[in-house]
Design a protein around this ligand. Structure first.
Ligand SMILES: Nc1ncnc2c1ncn2[C@@H]1O[C@H](COP(=O)(O)OP(=O)(O)O)[C@@H](O)[C@H]1O
Ligand SMILES: [Mg+2]
Length: 423
């Protein structure tokens, strides 16, 4: 194990790539290994924000090339040596539809660009919105070098057929027995996902496996196409759930061993951080990182419960979790009452929260009528206040984002009872 700067032992801003830092997830890895061995199965990995999808997607790429360290973690070894060419891309908002996704895959060096003997560029069609998307294919003469002579043969065709041809070409070279594995992370960021089904249908039988990864509560949510597509994908789908406490402990174990045990989190500190994380590894990294920095700054090598609490307070103050921070402020506005209610909801362990008893408790605590409580809860479900709660059925609410729920529960109060209320 190589020595590593303590600053980068915890990486709240980045997914885990190294296997030695990757904790738990034995069940998910097993499911992914099975999916890779299932002929014709396409892979879908879906779950909440910050739960560890991208980290698992990175491990999927390693499984696909039979990475020894990762294979060693599987209880059931694959029946054959996994041999794919894996590529990984993360979508951004500029990829607005499936055609643009194919274009990105063909033109990105980290994706397929280095594999295809031509260059594809979007053909700018001046004119009306909604004009047919078309691309220019520039054939590259011979070997790809910097001094390439572009035989600018402008072949104008539709991107789907170029993409299909390119993928088939790569599979045909026989570089990998199981063909191509195209991992598309943050797939949910593509606004218009129509056309996905036909792509899967055209390429599935040609030795191309897709792994779609994104924020969603169901497969249907992620693929958005006709529900028959979701059904076809069910075989290789893996729901990435929040991590178990023992898996979160494993993150600390691995961090401590990266630190060569020069720093440790004592059991109370670990338990408390795990408790506020509610299955989200992001919080272990966020609090872990700041607690470790504090330990270094104060010249101690044991992170205590007290330090962990202090650190969380500072995180909220310094805005180290800006997305959750701003959602929190939107939700509470200037109302202490709404803040208390938000916190009481966030403190519930269960996903679906039953309101009857909760309202009675809050009503007693704040000295207001239960019907008034329900008005404030209505606020928390409305767009004006960030729509952080969803009504799932009569008398039941759920947080729209479970990571925000964890944040709201753990974060110190913003307002005081004496603050002015808004209406
Ligand atoms: N299995 C794991 N072991 C250790 N850390 C993890 C693991 N999974 C996720 N993390 C950490 O949790 C945070 C969120 O993970 P990420 O994979 O980016 O989640 P998502 O893609 O679902 O938003 C990151 O800081 C990442 O380093
Ligand atoms: Mg991600």
């Amino acid at each position: 194990m190589t020595a590593i700067s303590p600053i980068n032992v915890f990486t709240p801003a980045q997914e885990v790539k190294d296997i030695e830092r990757f904790a738990g997830r034995d069940d998910e890895l097993a499911a992914l290994a099975t999916a890779l061995q299932s002929h014709g199965a396409q892979i879908v990995m879906y779950g909440q924000r910050g739960v560890g999808k991208s980290s698992l997607a990175r491990q999927l790429a390693k499984l696909a090339v039979n990475d020894a360290e990762l294979i060693a973690r599987l209880k059931q070894k694959p029946f054959e040596t996994l041999d794919f060419v894996p590529i990984y891309i993360a979508c951004d908002d500029s990829i607005r539809n499936i055609e643009m996704l194919m274009l990105r895959l063909l033109s990105d060096e980290d994706a397929l660009a280095s594999w295809v003997p031509f260059k594809v560029v979007e053909k700018k069609t001046s004119g009306e919105i909604g004009a047919k998307f078309s691309v220019k294919v520039i054939e590259l003469g011979g070997k790809k070098t910097d001094a390439i002579t572009e035989r600018a043969q402008e072949i104008e065709t539709d991107i789907a057929s170029i993409f299909t041809t390119a993928c088939k070409g790569i599979v045909k070279t026989g570089v990998a027995k199981h063909g191509l594995l195209i991992i598309i992370d943050e797939f949910d960021r593509i606004k218009d996902r129509s056309g996905l089904a036909s792509l899967l249908k055209a390429l599935g039988p040609e030795g191309v496996t897709f792994a779609l990864v994104g924020v969603a509560t169901t497969i249907q949510d992620l693929v958005t196409e006709h529900e028959s597509v979701a059904r076809q994908l069910a075989d290789g789908s893996v729901h990435i759930k929040p991590m178990r406490d023992d898996e979160l402990q494993d993150i600390f174990d691995r961090a401590e061993s990266l630190l060569e045990h020069k720093f440790i989190f004592n059991p109370e500190a670990r338990t408390w951080i795990i408790n506020i994380a509610r299955g989200h590894p992001f919080y272990i990294h966020l609090v872990g990182k700041h607690a470790l920095l504090k330990a270094i700054a104060t010249g101690t090598n044991t992170i205590t419960l007290e330090m962990a609490k202090e650190v969380l307070f500072e995180i909220a103050l310094k805005g180290s979790a800006p997305i959750q921070e701003s959602t929190y402020k939107t939700a509470i506005g200037h109302s202490y009452t709404r803040e208390v209610i938000l916190k009481r909801f966030a403190e519930r362990i269960e996903d679906e929260i039953h309101t009857t008893e909760l309202y009675a408790g809050i009503s007693k605590e704040l000295g207001i009528e239960p019907s008034t409580v329900s008005v404030y809860v209505g606020h928390l479900g409305s767009d004006k206040y960030g729509a952080v709660l969803n009504k799932t059925r009569e008398r039941y609410y759920q947080f729209s984002d479970s990571m925000f729920k964890a944040y709201a529960a753990a974060r110190p109060y913003e307002l005081k009872a004496s603050d002015q209320e808004d209406a």
